[in-house]
Design a protein around this ligand. Structure first.
Ligand code: NCD
Length: 291
């Protein structure tokens, strides 16, 4: 049984094979229905702007049946434990269950109670493996091999599962990661970091901007998002005409994380990430379900 809880569940060879499958899907808009007759369940205990739809579209493009469990109406609201919910879903015979939960560690716990593949669609501030895979796929498309390339991760790194999963993968693929954040958004780290993005702007090949995860803060950290934006928003004034690839996992806080002008700039790959997300998730589903 293969699960995908963190990026560490995949070897580098497996990741490269997922990328070549995703690349084939990119070149072939009508892929063979490799998952015909398979059943995939999505269950999102925390809201999702695009991850859920990305997985569902990926599954449907490959011919799988998709069932979404509406948590607001499900028996979790009626007091059923997570384990019982998982065991009951499992009894319906799916080939994979995709879970998102606000608490770190839930996908790992559930994986022990089910007989099919479990894919983590994001758990708390812990991990978001498919986001990091699609980010890496997008970066490699534009920058080639990442060995020696410098990538700045900017924003609320401490609360970000996207940052966690990306740090693991980027380092594994040889990138130099530099963290850029105000002190209260920085995790404990052995990576280089700065509070001032202007210190690194001349040396980076890519910038990964992150949303301020106010829903994960126990108390307000910045006086206002505007104050944060003054120091960390990715603006035209900041990047100038430098050759830098700009990423963001979405949802973007416009003019807080990235300015309107940069969002419309061809160096900003936010929508390309969304497009690649479907392809990479198709490749992940094939790998886990079909071997
Ligand atoms: C992220 C998430 O939910 O972890 N978004 C996403 O999956 N595309 C990041 C965020 O919510 O800011």
């Amino acid at each position: 049984m293969r699960h995908l809880i963190t990026t560490g569940d995949l070897t580098t060879e497996e990741i490269l094979s997922i990328f070549s499958t995703a690349q084939r899907f990119l070149e072939r808009p009508n892929p063979p229905k490799l998952l015909q007759g398979k059943l995939i369940i999505t269950i999102f205990f925390e809201s999702s702007t695009r991850t859920r739809s990305s997985f569902e579209i990926a599954a449907k493009r490959l011919g799988a049946e998709v069932v979404h469990l509406d948590v607001s109406k499900s028996s979790t609201q009626k007091g059923e434990t997570l384990y019982d919910t998982a065991a009951n879903l499992d009894a319906m015979g799916p080939n994979a269950i995709i879970v998102r939960h606000r608490n770190s560690g839930v996908p790992h716990l559930l994986a022990r109670h089910i007989g099919c593949s479990l894919i983590n669609g994001g758990d708390g501030a812990h991990a978001h493996p498919t986001q990091a895979l699609l980010d890496l796929f997008t970066l490699r498309y534009h920058l080639g091999e990442l060995k020696g390339k410098r990538i700045a991760i900017v924003g609320d790194i401490k609360s970000s599962r996207v940052a966690n999963s990306n740090i693991e993968l980027l380092r594994r693929f040889g990138a130099q990661v530099v963290l850029v954040a105000p002190p209260h958004f920085l995790p404990e780290t052995d990576l280089p970091f700065t509070y001032n993005i202007r210190e690194v702007i001349d040396s980076v090949h890519g910038i990964m901007s992150l949303r301020t995860q106010t829903e994960r803060h126990h108390r307000p950290t910045y006086a206002s998002l505007k104050d944060y934006a003054r120091d960390f928003c990715i603006t035209k004034e900041l990047i100038g005409d430098r050759d830098i690839v700009i990423l963001h996992p979405g949802p973007v806080h416009r003019n807080i994380d990235i300015s309107d002008e940069v969002l419309a700039d061809p160096r900003c790959k936010v929508l390309e990430q969304v497009k690649n997300g479907v392809l990479v998730r198709m490749a992940v589903l094939v790998k886990l379900i079909d071997g």
